[in-house]
Design a protein around this ligand. Sequence first.
Ligand code: ADP
Length: 544
Amino acid sequence: MEVDRSLKAHGGKSRARMRKLTDKATPAFPGELERARVHERALLAAIVDSSDDAIVSKTLEGKILSWNRGATRIFGWEPHEAIGKPITIIIPPELHAEEREILRKLSRGERIDHFDTVRVAKDGRRVAISLTVSPVRDAEGRVIAASKIARDVSERKLAEEKLRASEEALRLADRRKDEFLALLAHELRNPLAPIRYALAANKKPGRSPEQCRQADEIIERQVAHMSRLLDDLLDISRITRGTLELKRTRVELTSVVGAAIETARPLLDEKHHTLVLDLPTQPLQLEADVVRLAQVFSNLLINAAKYTDPGGRIQLRAARQDDDVIVSVSDSGIGIPADLLPRVFNMFFQSHAALARAEGGLGVGLSLVRGLVRLHGGSVEARSDGPGRGSEFTVRLPLVAARHEPADAVVEVEALSGDAGLKLLVVDDNRDAADTCAMLLEASGHHVQTAYTGRQALELARVFRPHAMLLDIGLPDMDGYKLAQQVRATPWGRAAVLVAVTGWGQEQDRQRAVAAGFDQHLVKPISADTVEALLQSLMRGTAA
Ligand code: ADP
């Protein structure tokens, strides 16, 4: 092959000469023999020179004797620059020992067959080559020099490297998938044990209503946890396949945050964390899918709660920045080492410190957060000062093009939701629930009254004229829907904010609440923060 190529390269004349030479296998006269030798040498020189490979000869001391065009092409040195120089001009310093070994073998007459190594070009570039070195002998058979043929194998090496990298990536993905399946089985099995115990306990005779309620709560909590895991899994697969669609409406940030807090509240309470809210006083409007956006913030809040030891401090801050809103969730928890920060949003990523914690997870929450935030045209970043120093996740979302609120409307809002507090009526036939809710709202600076029946609520409200009423739906004398209709029928009740508090979160329950005249529908258990955020946003809406 090589010969064919070189012949072609040298055109018709050389080919004709070659034919002549090979035809004359046994020259008749010594002069003719000499001429044939000269031709043969010229032909060999032509072959060497036109070879794609670098063909170089050197003395046994390593001094370059000849240098073909291939060598210039691969290593960059011209023949006049290379010839006479030590061969080490193309050998990287760390491989000088290899060259000494080659020279030793050559002196013993040994040939060094194809091996892959690296040489360095004139411009310092590393070149991957396949090298053959053979001894050159004189007429008496003594080794007097060496010839090396070097083939540039950079492209092959690159292809091999790519193949190796993609094989490695596949192996890693496969291992991750196995680990993930094991984790998934573990995480889905975990909640089953408490559910089984609670069911078995409830079947035992002589259980008090309180004991049954506790068991029911355990079941509810665990089922909610399982459905969250499954929802996350389904969502992440929808995001990856690009089939998740947002149902965008115009929403107020505080109602999104309120819904997120409601979801995270059980875990925040269980771990006795303090949640500090710092929300802007002016309403911030987003064009968003309220359920999906609430999922973003509840995931961040749940992570903050999970990765912070009990009694920690978790802060949710929101502030307007030009045409965006920046929402950050920070915690005083285990923190994230700097080298892991860039990977936390990757699917299935979990740090060892996180894996060691009982709360567990599937490692898809943050990747879901990023996917959902991006679908909303925003971005999310993670920050931490390192292990044990807490973490902060910052979400940036575009606001609906700024509307210029009249200044006096803002003043009115502030007056209504300022220090004076709101007049609130809490209605629930569960006295404990009503009283504790009232205590919490009072602690936030509101004036609160409680009623335990529908009739009592109507009587009280007539004189108290609450800004807002929180109504339980399952009341003994009339259901909350009827109560809401009756409130709406009064002159004072038309302006009041009515919030339904129920155990049912289905869409039809919400619709029924809206049809009965409620402004909002909250699913139990609700938290003071949720109510507070909701009231603030509703009162602002009313005032504006
Ligand atoms: P999961 O919580 O199910 O493991 P996520 O995708 O929500 O999965 O989070 C990925 C990883 O990021 C976690 O395993 C944990 O290592 C780290 N992480 C997330 N949030 C926090 C946080 N608030 N503090 C410390 N580490 C966190």
